[in-house]
Write a protein that binds this ligand. Structure first.
Ligand code: ADP
Ligand code: MG
Length: 628
């Protein structure tokens, strides 16, 4: 960009200001033979009239700009050129300052876009070549050197590295990655060279999806916003009526001009979107993806939070801690049998069974047929792997043996599973999941923020659930639930009129997430379903994001209300009253008009740097340093 282009926007306000200053030189009228103030008035007036015309044509209704045009015509009529010029300057400068601040709040999308490099080292004809991103396709191989940002979503083929994923997840600790691990576009390779097999590029990468969602979210209008828009529609005609009334009673054009200048639905129109844009941008930097103003407002009103235990309070990556055979099979064969069925399941339990089987280098073939029975387990033909609900299939003696195994494991807080083949008990597996660090603290914080009811729901057994609930300080929980039972609990809560949020992993709880007032998916990076199905997605796995989300949304709602009642309604009511009584000059009116809109934008911009008390101690991210 050339200098002229970069500072183009400054020309008009600075030019008008200079002309006004010249017009203030004593005796200029006698020298020139006319009032120099006419020139800045006409210049500014032409600009404002042009913009008002465009706005009127676009929206097909009289806009606020029109009022200012009337006021300028009035000042020309009574030959108050200097006042007219100053009013015009105030309007133009106000809009200019507002534009600069707004631009800042909208930067989040641009910052994210800038995270992806424009070119990458791609393997072509057995050599590495620098290739523009848009020419990369899935299954290409890409080289990422230390200190470079990862250009695509993909899987590591060769190399180890510490990858900083904070741009995506908000978690600042770098994560160690090795072959087989997924890496995401826009994350930073801090150490080590990586060879990556490309899976997704550009708009279809996780970052691409995030950018699109944030962009849409910032356009999306919440409830309060639509009310404000509807109100703004009646605003201008109402002001014209007031002006007519004042004119007929006082015949003082100056009062009418002041009303025309101060009356401004701008503050009202700006009140919500500026706050939403800033809050959505702030959240995105912490790896919290909020799908628009509606979700933000809903989150602000939440009074109950339901946790789906697995994958939220617990890590959701359980470890196999016991394998027992109740048949002629060896324990390893039991594990291999279970693994062959679980190979087709996406449940965290399946993952851990597969991991254990691979660790022991067992050979197993993924079964041909497969069925996931939610809240029970998985099956292939007559081979079942599941919880206590498969006990019914067993003979009495088998059932007793199975119960003893389950009791013993559950006593220790483990999740026990049975492997049943053709109605005969083959063996049992036990898994132990770990509670996420900081969970208890987060629950405490949520209560102080004003989440009155915290519930834990799980398909897991009662004893394990009770132990976990106790450890994190949750008093309300229900165990042994089927997915439809979970839906039911969400429904019940809503029927009682309690705004409820549901936190799940977004994969196997998608229906409950959609039913809740606010569905929050956790660990959503890389899982498209979770990002799509939830109203809010936490890209990483840190529970700390929850209190941040709720305090940010609550703060946003408060700021929106301040904007509306103080800066929009308050300023207008007082200003119009003063102007009608002749206590406000048109110039003062112009100042107040712009100061109120500017305050709305500045008030909203505070959300950009909003920190929850708990995170104050954390080092600031580099990107945030740009905001004063
Ligand atoms: P939650 O997320 O609350 O743990 P789920 O509905 O995901 O609930 O699972 C509930 C229970 O169903 C698990 O604790 C387990 O006993 C059983 N289960 C679910 N999926 C599987 C699976 N793939 N293999 C074995 N058991 C499973
Ligand atoms: Mg689950």
């Amino acid at each position: 960009m050339s200098y002229i282009q970069r500072y183009r926007k400054w020309f008009l306000p600075v030019g008008i200001l200079a002309l006004i200053l010249l017009a203030l030189v004593p005796g200029q009228k006698e020298w020139l033979g006319f009032d120099l103030a006419i020139i800045p008035m006409l210049l500014g007036g032409a600009f404002i009239t042009y913009n008002a015309l465009i706005a009127t044509i676009k929206t097909r209704r009289i806009t606020a700009g029109t009022l200012v045009v009337f006021a300028l015509v009035g000042s020309a009529y009574v030959e108050e050129y200097l006042a007219g010029a100053i009013v015009a300057l105030m309007m133009i400068a106000g809009e200019f300052l507002e534009g600069i601040t707004l631009e800042k709040t909208r930067n989040s999308v641009r910052e994210l876009v800038a995270l992806v490099p424009e070119t990458a080292q791609v393997q072509r004809d057995d050599d590495w070549h620098e290739v523009p991103i848009r020419e990369i396709t899935p299954d290409d191989y890409v080289l990422v050197r230390p200190g470079e940002r990862v250009p695509v979503d993909g899987v590591i083929e060769k190399g180890n590295a510490a990858v900083d994923e904070s741009t995506l997840t908000g978690e600042s600790m770098p994560i160690d990655k090795s072959p087989g691990d997924k890496v995401f576009a826009g994350t930073l390779n801090q150490m080590g060279a990586l060879e990556i097999r490309v899976e997704k590029v550009g708009a279809s990468s996780t970052l691409g999806r995030i950018i699109e969602i944030i962009y849409k979210a910032q356009q999306n209008k919440g409830h309060t916003q639509r009310v404000a828009d509807r109100f703004a529609q009646y605003f201008t005609p109402a002001i014209l009526l007031i002006c007519a009334g004042v004119w007929f009673t006082t015949h003082e054009l100056i009062r009418v001009m002041s009303i025309l200048v101060i009356a401004c639905p701008c503050a009202l129109v700006l009140a919500t979107p500026t706050a939403v844009v800033a809050a959505v941008g702030n959240a995105a930097k912490r790896g919290i993806l909020i799908k628009g103003g509606v979700m933000l407002e809903a989150a602000a009103r939440v009074r109950a939070l339901i946790f789906d235990k697995t994958g939220t309070i617990t890590r959701g990556s359980p470890k196999v801690v016991a394998i027992e055979s109740f048949s002629s099979h060896t324990p390893e064969q039991i594990l291999a049998l279970a693994a062959s069925v679980e190979a087709r399941s996406e449940h965290p339990i399946a993952q851990s069974i597969l991991d254990e089987a691979r660790k022991r280098s067992l050979s197993f073939a993924p079964s041909e047929s497969f069925e996931q029975i939610f809240g029970v387990g998985v099956r292939s033909e007559d081979l079942w792997v599941g919880n206590a609900r498969v006990l019914d299939q067993l003979s009495n003696s088998d059932r007793e043996q199975a119960r003893r195994f389950m009791d013993a494991q559950e006593q220790m807080g483990h999740t026990a599973l049975l492997v049943v083949n053709d109605g005969v008990l083959a063996g049992g597996l036990a898994l132990a999941d770990t509670i996420r660090p900081g969970a208890a603290n987060v629950i405490k914080q949520l209560r102080t923020i004003g989440i009155e009811r915290i519930l834990m729901l799980t398909g897991d057994n009662e004893r394990t659930a009770a132990e976990i609930a106790r450890q994190v300080g949750i008093t309300e929980f229900e165990a042994g639930l089927l997915p439809e039972d979970k839906l039911d609990r969400v429904e019940q809560m809503r029927a009682q009129g309690i705004p409820v949020a549901m936190l799940g992993d977004g994969v196997n709880d998608a229906p409950a997430l959609m039913l809740a007032d606010v569905g929050i998916a956790m660990g959503a990076a890389g899982t498209d379903i979770a990002i799509e199905s939830a109203g809010i997605a936490l890209m990483g796995n840190d529970l700390e994001r929850l209190p941040e989300l709720f305090s940010l949304s609550r703060r946003t709602l408060r700021i929106i209300q301040q904007n509306i009642w103080v800066f929009a309604v308050g300023v207008n009511v007082i200003g119009i009253t003063l102007a009608s009584s002749g206590l406000l000059s048109p110039i003062a009116a112009a100042v107040i008009h712009n100061v109120s809109s500017l305050f709305v934008v500045l008030n909203s911009a505070r959300l950009l740097s909003f920190r929850t008390p708990a995170t104050v101690a954390q080092p600031a991210l580099i990107e945030e340093a740009e905001y004063p």
